[in-house]
Design a protein around this ligand. Structure first.
Ligand code: PNS
Length: 182
């Protein structure tokens, strides 16, 4: 029902609850383990989207040091004290990302781009995903400059050699890495 002359919905006649659209997105990755770089992207995503599914790829051809369950627990522990944690759900998926997106009813993927060298791979993946499902688009976000060199593989290498991890990962992740490589 519209208010005469204004064209606006009459709040007394309109069920406003039916007009709410949840804008959601998937933030996929290996997260082996989650780093401050990932957390920075995740926080930025929660500033844009109502709901963000951080989604761990399982059974990819990459070998990982943490199991999917361990990676899930590390993510959940790392985000729990953040004010935006209620906008995030942690999931796992096997197979194609676009199939997982369809199963969640999500059309937007989020990927972090740290440096120009990331771009070629990310560009190809985004276009391939869109080819596989024309409804799916990828949004690229950039982390804080001081995190642009942080990656899961470098963090694992530092942990392997017993280096200082506190600049790159939260305490719970540093402890898990130290235990893994002990
Ligand atoms: O953190 P990563 O390892 O860069 O994440 C890559 C990931 C897991 C997002 C990507 O490899 C993926 O989506 N794998 C699932 C298979 C798939 O759908 N590939 C995309 C088609 S190009």
């Amino acid at each position: 029902m519209l208010i005469a002359d204004t064209g606006l919905p009459d709040p007394n006649q309109t069920d406003l609850t039916k007009q709410v659209t949840i804008v959601n997105a998937i933030y996929p990755g290996s997260f082996d383990p989650i780093t401050y770089g990932h957390l920075d992207i995740l926080e930025r995503a929660t500033n844009i989207f109502d709901k963000v599914y951080i989604t761990i790829a399982v059974n990819t051809r990459k070998s990982t040091i943490f199991t999917p369950e361990e990676r899930t627990a590390l993510i959940n522990e790392s985000i729990s004290s953040n004010p935006w944690a209620n906008k995030v759900e942690t999931h796992q998926f096997t197979g194609l990302l676009v199939d997982h997106a369809r199963s969640l009813g999500v059309k937007t993927l989020i990927r972090g781009v740290r440096q120009f060298s990331d771009y070629e791979y990310e560009f190809r993946m985004a276009l391939m995903n869109r080819k596989l499902d024309n409804d799916v688009d990828t949004v690229f976000l950039m982390p804080r400059e001081e995190l642009t060199f942080v990656s899961g593989s470098l963090v694992r290498e530092i942990a392997y050699w017993g280096g200082e991890l506190s600049h790159f990962v939260p305490d719970n992740v540093a402890a898990a890495l130290t235990k893994k490589y002990r």
